[in-house]
Design a protein around this ligand. Sequence first.
Ligand code: ATP
Ligand code: MG
Length: 398
Amino acid sequence: MTMTALGEPCVLLKLGEIVLKGKNREQFEVRLRANIKYALSGFEIDLRQRHGVIALFLPDGTGVEVAEAVAKRVSEVPGIVLVHLAWRVAKDPSVVTKAALELVRETPEVARKASFAVRSRRRDKRFPMTSAELDRHVGSEINDTYGLPVSLKNPELTVSIEVDRDEVFVYVDNRPGQGGLPVGTSGRGLALLSGGIDSPVAAYRMMRRGLRVDFLHFSGIPFTTTESIYKAYALVRRLDAFQGRSRLWVVPFGKAQQSIRTSGSDRLAMIAQRRLMLKTAEEVAHRHKATALITGDSLGQVSSQTMANIAAQDSATDLPILRPLIGLDKMEVIAEARRIGTLAISELPDEDCCTILASRQPELAAKIEDLKLIEKRLDAEELAVQLADSIQAYKLEA
Ligand code: ATP
Ligand code: MG
């Protein structure tokens, strides 16, 4: 696109649920603006808050490729519903019309004579034309010039015009944001991150509800390789795009797993291990001010996720365990993992620490009394504190 004669490229952001917040709205918007600035710290941007819209201005003469990169990056920030690469033009109906014509000319829709509609909005009522007049005027110019049919109900191409205080925005670009709430507006959680497909998606889902998420990974070292740690690190790096400043801790878990095996846990080994993970996570959460744990459990997916076994895990900790995938099908989780860019990483081979304790006939309905007995023999509470003492922190380079 080459429209510099008519205006400057910029990026418009539409907020979602935030606009439903009454008195807290300002707090949410402050956080969102901070998150946007952090995500775009590699770019020179001037953020302008307008009513229900955030406009990101770029220095004069900035190329459209830069605006494109900004639009792409900012669409990863939770709390934004729609992102538009727009053109900022003078508040003059003839300039607006020319800009709309140029924009349409460069779309693929023009060659296949796709249907279109013009949608105008005025945030400044002093503009000489009403929204309806602008729609009709620009619409008939596009129709006359390119012969595209108008479809108000179901257009293939939408030309949007927003009349603002100091300028007019014109765009045909509509890309989805992540939706949800700004990270940090719901507090802090600790995600139990395996190398699997589910837990990264679970962490993402909670970020999108405003939680800032830290990550805890249990590795079977010294009895497994370090592959799963690299995977966890790669997953956190990818997920970091949605929140920034992510922290990953790794628990060397192999020896504790060995103790579980020699404790006579037998068919309960897997659940006993899950509970020990949760107790360790609770300890780490307290130290780092997280008030919830997050797992990738989905009801009935594997034997550790039967209703009875999930209940047996809940009683291992006083913290709430958030399980955002509990009601999702595997196919839905896989689709989301693909969309957020974690699937390919999760599919890399690794030596999952869980296989150390996998039994041929795992218990499907663990009883709390049996687990408590095993934990007494293990001194699980003390073990969890020791494990929390032994965590290794991994820094994410910016
Ligand atoms: P995932 O795909 O997330 O590994 P899964 O379907 O394989 O999940 P499980 O292996 O039963 O299911 O694990 C259930 C949840 O327990 C995981 O989603 C994760 O939150 C946690 N978990 C399992 N293994 C680990 C680990 N090695 N480190 C940290 N958390 C783990
Ligand atoms: Mg797993």
